[in-house]
Design a protein around this ligand. Structure first.
Ligand SMILES: *[C@@H]1O[C@H](CO)[C@@H](O)[C@H](O)[C@H]1NC(C)=O
Ligand SMILES: *[C@@H]1O[C@H](CO)[C@@H](O)[C@H](O)[C@H]1NC(C)=O
Length: 392
């Protein structure tokens, strides 16, 4: 009892000080001239708030109030930052220019480069991609489009409770980063929107995507070369192309992908569920130690697929084999419905067969016919109930 009272007194005594005495500075973008009307260009106001937060020596908050804030390309670099604890607290919406020519060939709309300790809580990013997709779908010549939010060469990043809508190209890109947490993210673009990948990760380690909902026109999460220690948990994906490791193996010299875990995910009406995809070209890349666990498929075209013969343009890789070595891929407790009869497909490289594939408690069904598994150059084991019957 005495201990409890002491703890209570200590808490009451210290709490107000720890919480308020620090008096960390907050930089409201409106103080720097941002207008919430969705029409005034707020880029400079945001960059000024960033410069002020960077110059602060205590943890600092950049606050974006409710309303719509139009931004052109905004590049937040850490080059001059003293600060390694900058929080964006966003109640409003950041809006990209509706004219895609304004930023469409610049790579990224909102870009963070060489930053450490940046957290973003809340907010909506409206990429206004609709006009660009229409241009692309019409076959006219159009800009490539931008990634809505990109982090390059950055460490200790948190994104939480953000909503990214209608990116021109990728929604979120993590490239060259360490220790990145994305949690409670909502990402949304229509099923037919071209190249609107939800989250693309490459050359990065220690990225976690938790409790998120991604509906898009391309991969929900795509995993590029040099990704390690990636953790994805509690993901709802669909529409979209599923989770894809790849495309890998375009380059001869290429960093591998290793230690990827996808745990508890539901794919609804997607083109693929969990996919590994490599170009049919020489490469010294690899994929190893990947676990897909507790996965539900709802009417998915290719629930489980390894495709090492990816070669959409005949001039890129005629008569070649993928050099990417794939090993140690585990599928555990994967069930639900396939929209095609081939529910499990391992189409591996003749030159570098897949090995160490494990199927454990798989139950995938197809309408009223039995589902099928198809294997080429694939080795491994099956444990527990495995339907369709394993072809390993
Ligand atoms: C694999 O990655 C997870 C994070 O996703 C990490 O906790 C674990 O230590 C890594 N394992 C190895 C062997 O590096
Ligand atoms: C597989 O799933 C089907 C459809 O949900 C179900 O009827 C069947 O009992 C399951 N089989 C096993 C062995 O769990």
């Amino acid at each position: 009892m005495l201990i409890q009272i002491l703890i209570l007194i200590t808490f009451l005594f210290y709490y107000p000080f720890s919480s308020f005495a620090a008096n960390n500075p907050t930089y409201n973008v409106q103080t720097y001239g941002a207008k919430s009307n969705g029409k005034s260009d707020c880029t400079n106001a945001f960059l000024s708030a960033w410069a002020a937060a960077c110059a602060a020596t205590q943890p600092a908050t950049i606050y974006v109030p409710p309303g719509r804030f139009l931004l052109r390309n905004a590049y937040f670099t850490g080059n001059l930052c003293k600060n390694t604890a900058i929080t964006f607290r966003i109640d409003g919406t950041l809006v990209a220019p509706s004219d895609y020519n304004a930023i469409g060939n610049t790579g990224s709309w909102l870009k963070f480069e060489r930053v450490t300790g940046v957290s973003i809580y809340g907010g909506m990013l409206d990429g206004q991609g609709t006009n660009l997709w229409a241009c692309k779908n019409s076959g006219r010549s159009c800009p490539k489009g931008v990634t809505s939010l990109a982090f390059y060469n950055s460490n200790n990043i948190i994104m939480s409770g953000m909503y990214s809508l209608n990116s021109q190209m990728f929604h979120i890109l993590i490239d060259g980063c360490n220790n990145v947490k994305l949690q409670s993210m909502k990402i949304s673009a229509p099923g037919g929107s071209p190249n609107t990948d939800g989250i693309h990760v490459q050359q990065s380690s220690g990225v976690a995507v938790m409790n998120s909902n991604i509906a898009t026109g391309d991969d929900c999460v795509s995993i590029g070369p040099g990704t390690s220690n990636l953790w994805i948990q509690n993901l709802a994906c669909g529409p979209g192309h599923g989770i894809s490791i790849g495309s890998l193996g375009w380059d001869l010299q290429e960093a591998g992908v290793q230690n990827v875990t996808v745990k508890t995910a539901t794919f609804t009406g997607t083109e693929n569920g969990v996919r590994v995809k490599t170009w049919a070209r020489p490469s010294n890349g690899f994929v190893k130690d990947v676990t897909f666990q507790h996965i539900v498929m709802v009417n998915v075209n290719n629930p489980i697929i390894i495709d090492q013969n990816y070669c959409p343009d005949p001039h890129n890789c005629p008569n070649q084999e993928s050099g990417v070595r794939i090993s140690g891929i585990t599928y555990e407790d994967v069930h639900g419905t396939s929209a095609t009869q081939v529910a499990v497909k391992f189409d591996c490289s003749k030159a570098n067969p897949c090995n160490g594939i494990t199927l454990d408690e798989i139950n995938l069904t197809f309408k009223d016919k039995p589902a099928i598994a198809s294997c080429a150059n694939a080795g491994g084991t099956a444990d527990g109930v495995v339907k369709p019957t394993s072809c390993l």
